[in-house]
Design a protein around this ligand. Sequence first.
Ligand SMILES: [Zn+2]
Length: 303
Amino acid sequence: MNRALIVDCGQGDCILIQKNNHQTLIDCGEYYKKPWSKTKRILSWYIQKGRDKNLDCIITHFHSDHYGGFVKLLREYNFGSVNLYLHNPPGFPVNNSPKFVELTEEIEQISDRVEVIDALPLDIDGLLVKSYYPDPAIPVPLSRGYNDTSIVFSVTFGEAIMVLTGDSCEVLNGPLRKAIKKDTKGKFVILKVSHHGSITGTKRTLVKELKPNISFISVGNPNRYDRRYPGSMPHMPTVGLLGKPGNHRNKNSSVYYMTEPRSSRHYFYVLDFMKTKMRLSIKNSSNNRLVDQVIYEYITCIS
Ligand SMILES: [Zn+2]
């Protein structure tokens, strides 16, 4: 079993990677009742839980649309043990929001089952991981708050490489770009679009250099984070950069938009990684053509 499950958790990120019975969760979505019930419903179909099952979990940064679901996960699923990978840059202000305090208290209570591991650098047994950030040589810019503390890394499956970016902004588009470009060259590139498609997250130069074959944007609509584009979704400029499905300078490019406004549908995508890129397949829980149509309409209205 070599697969990645990309969950539509509303405003937030949640990706489950399963490789040879080893499971790694990258972010856990929000804690609010509605998005968590969505995340949980999808995860329940796939995640292996129980006293004998272990989980590696990476929380890319300390915003609740990434870490919020972790407390719920611990309460509602019974794992044997959990390795929790985090990084709090030295000198960076400590998160004292009530939800983050709850997270740390919860971890303390069940500390016999949760091991907190500093992700400097990120290294996970059983996964071919390349860690790009944190990197002590690259200082954390304070202008984007926690977003630019995001753990950025890639996971390789044969000829396919997934680039996981959290909500990284300046760091991703600046110092990390060249290293990621070098490592992804000649591979089938799957990009988790940074910062929910916000224009601050994934910029033109990065898209031009990586030429992602598949891109995922996870964003809530409406969301309270970015109001700079009146009448449009904050992710639209990035969708425009990534190109129309099936009509891109990179001919196999597809963009998957991970949320549908006011819908009770449960979208998720399953990437099955076989031995070669030719056997990589993508499935979703609903109708692919409908999703492509939604993306196409968004692109048409901004171009
Ligand atoms: Zn976020």
